[in-house]
Design a binder for this molecule. Structure first.
Ligand SMILES: Cc1ncc(COP(=O)(O)O)c(C=O)c1O
Length: 370
């Protein structure tokens, strides 16, 4: 029940990692020319199939923080148009990076939530104005699983002449997302959660027509048009998506990640979503029957793949559940996160909430003696 944090490992990962070690051992330096060099793009193509990007439009990096840093480094923050709009409930790495840009002149506006679950769309749209250079939003909020209206946010952003960077980590693989149809300018996410790809493999999509205009300051030799020229002068950016890379890619992580992407594409996110909506609805019912408050949206259209259950002494309850082999986690101010995926059974939903109830009862303060 931890797919919002660490998806299950595909059986084929063992074979892929063996293949990596065999290639390293038998092909040595030749492996780069025989596939390794291109892997940030060939593996990115597998992600492209899941998020609606075209071939060659997605590059792999090591984590979302790196992808976000790449995008943020494309902009000049000393101009009058220096505002970044985000939501207060966005993933902290994203916000840390935006606030750090204050030193370069950026102004950060974080749109607050009233209930700690959702962000009112009108408030988000109103924050996006003609001073805005970039809108950095999460499609699905990690704290509550609230789904933001990315299409409406993108429309408004483009109306004012700004660009959108969508963090789709908590949607890709469980909530359908089509980056072309929505029209976002950038999208990023990682593989640790719903894509069952493990750590070290994150992806960055950049709208193709923007490529010639974007020159990331966070860069490296792989982004050079002639990487092996080793020149002592400003970089001449590659014309393709390699321009968004930096240094040597995390090849073993890419080998490990492939199987998850293949499986998710094979099962299909539409089918995954259908089952997820049914199972998260059932989880909410079970949690309420057990007298727990639910900190995720009731409306399935506004809810991603996770249900957040507010439990007294939540951190402690989650720790005890882990000890009992019920894999969940706890986020302060939100609650215990429970996330079934396409491999989860209905019986596991019942067992999880019943165990949570049992642990919470054991930890409840004793009623005062009369
Ligand atoms: C929405 C979201 N963005 C970003 C991250 C973190 O990204 P990374 O550790 O790859 O930088 C997470 C979770 O780990 C997340 O849930």
């Amino acid at each position: 029940m931890i797919s919002h944090s660490l998806g299950a490992v595909p059986r084929r990962v063992n074979e892929r990692l063996r293949e990596y070690a065999d290639t390293w051992s038998s092909r040595s330096i030749r492996a780069w020319e025989e596939g390794w060099w291109e892997m940030p793009v060939t593996v990115g193509n597998l992600i492209g199939r899941i998020i609606g990007a075209g071939p060659g439009e997605v590059v792999m990096q090591q984590n979302v923080s790196t992808c976000v840093a790449t995008v943020l480094s494309c902009f000049d923050w000393s101009r009058p148009r220096n505002k970044i709009v985000s939501e207060a409930l966005n993933f902290p790495s994203n916000l840390y990076q935006c606030h750090a840009l204050g030193k370069l002149g950026a102004r950060v506006a974080t749109v607050p939530s009233d209930d700690g679950i959702g962000v009112p769309l009108e408030r988000m749209l109103a924050a996006i104005d003609d001073q805005t250079q970039l809108v950095l939003v999460s499609h699905v909020l990690f704290r509550s699983s609230f789904v933001q209206d990315l299409a409406a946010i993108t429309r408004r952003t483009h109306e004012v002449g700004a660009l959108v960077l969508a963090d789709i980590y908590q949607s890709a693989g469980t909530v359908p997302i089509d980056v072309h149809a929505v029209g976002v300018d950038f999208a990023t996410g990682g593989s640790v959660k719903w894509l069952c790809g493990g750590p070290g493999a994150a992806y960055l999509y950049v709208r193709r027509d923007l490529w010639p205009k974007l020159e990331p300051r966070f860069t490296g030799w792989m982004a050079h048009k002639r990487p092996f020229a080793f020149e002592d002068r400003p970089i001449d950016y590659a014309e393709d998506a390699f321009r968004f890379l930096n240094g040597t890619p995390a090849i073993p992580a890419l080998y490990a990640a492939i199987s998850g992407y293949e499986i998710i594409a094979e099962v299909g996110v539409e089918r995954i979503r259908k089952k997820s909506v049914r199972q998260t609805s059932r989880l909410i019912e079970l949690a309420r029957e057990a007298d727990f408050r639910v900190n995720s949206p009731d409306n399935p259209a506004e809810r991603g793949g996770t249900v957040v259950v507010d439990v007294l002494n939540g951190a402690e309850v989650a720790r005890e559940m882990l000890r009992r082999n019920f894999l969940v986690d706890h986020r302060p101010g939100s609650g215990i996160r429970v996330a079934p995926h396409f491999y989860s059974t209905d019986e596991e939903l019942d067992l999880t909430i019943h165990e949570m109830q049992a642990v919470a009862r054991e930890r409840a303060p004793a009623a005062p003696a009369r």
